[in-house]
Design a protein around this ligand. Sequence first.
Ligand SMILES: Nc1ncnc2c1ncn2[C@@H]1O[C@H](COP(=O)(O)OP(=O)(O)O)[C@@H](O)[C@H]1O
Ligand SMILES: CC(=O)N[C@@H](CCC(=O)OP(=O)(O)O)C(=O)O
Length: 257
Amino acid sequence: MEDTIVIKCGGSVLSELSPSFFESLQAMYAQGKNVVIVHGGGPEIGQMLKRLNVSSEFVNGLRKTTKEVLEVAEMILAGKVNKQLVGLLQQYGMPAVGVSGVDAHLLEAAPIDLTKLGYVGEVVKVNSNFLKALLRSRYIPVISPIGTDENGQKYNINADTAAGAVAKAVKAAQLLFVTDVPGILQNGSVVEHATVEAIEQMIEKGIITGGMIPKVKAAAAALSEELDEVMIVSGKTPFYANGQLYGTSIRKEVGVY
Ligand SMILES: Nc1ncnc2c1ncn2[C@@H]1O[C@H](COP(=O)(O)OP(=O)(O)O)[C@@H](O)[C@H]1O
Ligand SMILES: CC(=O)N[C@@H](CCC(=O)OP(=O)(O)O)C(=O)O
């Protein structure tokens, strides 16, 4: 859909989003852009699991998800974090509507590897018609990354993966990963431009680790004819000034800047 921007808000930064973040959103929305938000909540899920004495581990940035972990993930993402973010957007005057990937079969999912990861899903289909209907009415959909399969089994989907799939499905013109770091860091400085090949090498060399892995993989997978650049930016500091975004820009290859 024309002039659509998908913004992924990381759980790492949700409680610290600066007023400038909401003001940038307001400006984009007021300009007539269609804004879609996908949120994470990894740290909050982790805290609740700890309180409940349920252990969980990460494999390449993805949380191994047992039945119990899945229940907590859905509760935190769709119950707590989603409604907090919707409330904040409404305070800034934006017409936010919170849904999880379960609503209207928004995110149809399939297991990545049941033995290795449990109920961790990948997105096989997005109900883009539902999203487009909301956008046409000028709502801002706020999506929690829980999906279902045809049998009603739910899956915990990494929020970066979900955002990438949503961006592809609605043919977004922009995809932004808002996180707690100002982009991909190498030796303490922000990598301003990265190609898909460079990203793969940075993962191999151990420069990109943990939660940054699903982010850059989702960015690379989302690149298409409609979407030739994905940005990773910080939600703690202003990332938008003079019509320019500050952070890491990811493109398919060099020579297209
Ligand atoms: N090369 C890298 N550059 C920046 N951050 C990295 C890098 N490698 C790993 N990380 C980690 O990735 C984190 C961001 O991912 P994550 O914690 O999952 O955030 P979010 O909740 O926003 O998705 C950073 O805070 C940092 O600890
Ligand atoms: C499968 C998987 O890893 N799911 C994530 C979902 C939340 C998420 O992705 O949150 P962030 O964006 O804050 O990392 C999790 O359980 O933490």
